[in-house]
Design a protein around this ligand. Structure first.
Ligand SMILES: NC(=O)c1ccc[n+]([C@@H]2O[C@H](COP(=O)([O-])OP(=O)(O)OC[C@H]3O[C@@H](n4cnc5c(N)ncnc54)[C@H](O)[C@@H]3O)[C@@H](O)[C@H]2O)c1
Length: 309
């Protein structure tokens, strides 16, 4: 089976590409390379996965593709507040183009959406029926992508599934645009203070990348394209302070924590209700410490030092 992964040279895309390639799927990656990492490219290369350098808003070579996993997007809440039009243009038009190409050709689609579509939760844990009131242009762009696909399902017969990912972490995540786990791990391993925005009691739901890849493989293998929305999280809230402490413990460091004001567009609490995906896949999320250990060990294996100016 041939699976095309948009944004496949980014954090989630390349991990999913490697996971599926190791299980015998024929993978092709489409990415502008604008925000790809040397880490991701090296791993794709090691598995002989072909990469097409293209922007999904213009790309149309979908022949012999069975399934598309659409991961291409800009992903920084903070950047989206500064540059909203860029986010709407890239994320919404990108999803529209991919959805349209898939719909008219009968290709099945996995759309990677985000918990950012919910905004500040009215109740916890957040289930899929929770109102969607994004707080940032990023969250809005992901929600608009969902809306576009809903219409394309009825207009062009698109078969798809939307995964609302919570905070995904794991090997190969860039610290430039997102990824508090990577930021903390890199800083702690260099012995630098960890920066927390707000008082550190805000919670997030951290889900290990392999759990996300497993769900996608289950959907692709089982042909579960039911046009439904599924939350993908661990189902457990972790405070940012707790995360910082756990990473320092795993790295054997005791470092100062620097407090900065909360950032615009950041929510206070977040945790997923994962009953729906658990019914579909017997989803068993990796415990946080176990996922963090794997992430930290890969950080040492593949890390390429950033230039110090
Ligand atoms: N990382 C998370 O915790 C998280 C959480 C929720 C949702 N998501 C979603 O998962 C997806 C992947 O996120 P990620 O963390 O891997 O981000 P990433 O920035 O590491 O990867 C995204 C990749 O998409 C590419 N890209 C961007 N625009 C493109 C375009 N128009 N055409 C082709 N390639 C393009 C970038 O070059 C990059 O390699 C995104 O859609 C994001 O919204 C991520």
């Amino acid at each position: 089976m041939r699976v095309l992964i948009t944004g496949g040279a980014g954090f989630i895309g390349h991990n999913v590409a490697c996971y599926l390639a190791k299980r015998g799927y024929d993978i092709v990656v489409v990415d502008t390379m604008e925000r790809s990492s040397a880490f991701a490219l090296r791993r794709l290369e090691e598995l002989g996965i072909s990469i097409v350098r293209a922007d999904v808003r213009e790309y149309s070579s979908y022949s012999v593709v069975d399934v598309v996993v659409h991961a291409a997007a800009y992903i920084s809440v903070e950047e989206s507040v500064r540059e909203p039009i860029k986010y709407i243009e890239n994320n919404v038009l990108g999803t529209a183009r991919v959805g349209y190409e898939c719909g008219k050709r009968g290709i099945k689609l996995v759309y990677l959406s985000s918990a950012a579509v919910y905004g500040e939760p009215l109740k916890l844990p957040i289930d899929e029926d929770h109102p969607t009131r994004p707080l940032s242009p990023y969250g809005l762009s992901k929600l608009q992508g969902e809306e576009v696909l809903k219409v394309f399902a009825s207009t062009y017969g698109l078969k798809y599934v939307t995964l609302r990912l919570f905070n995904v972490y794991g090997p190969g995540q860039s610290s430039s645009y997102a990824g508090v786990v990577t930021v903390f791990s890199e800083k702690a391993s260099r012995g630098e203070p960890l920066v927390i925005y707000g008082d550190g009691t805000q919670t997030r739901d951290f889900v290990y990348i392999e759990d996300v890849a497993k769900v996608i493989e289950h959907i692709v293998r089982g042909d579960v394209f039911d046009n439904e929305v599924y939350n993908i999280g661990s189902g457990n809230p972790t405070t940012i302070k707790e995360l910082a402490r756990t990473i320092m413990k795993l790295l054997g460091r005791e470092l100062p924590i620097v407090r900065m004001p909360q950032r615009p567009g950041d929510i206070t609490h977040s945790v997923a209700n994962i009953s729906k995906i658990s019914r579909l896949t017997q989803f068993k999320p990796t415990p946080l410490e176990e996922g963090l250990k794997k992430t930290i060990s890969q950080l040492k294996t593949y890390s390429t030092p950033e230039p110090q100016f």
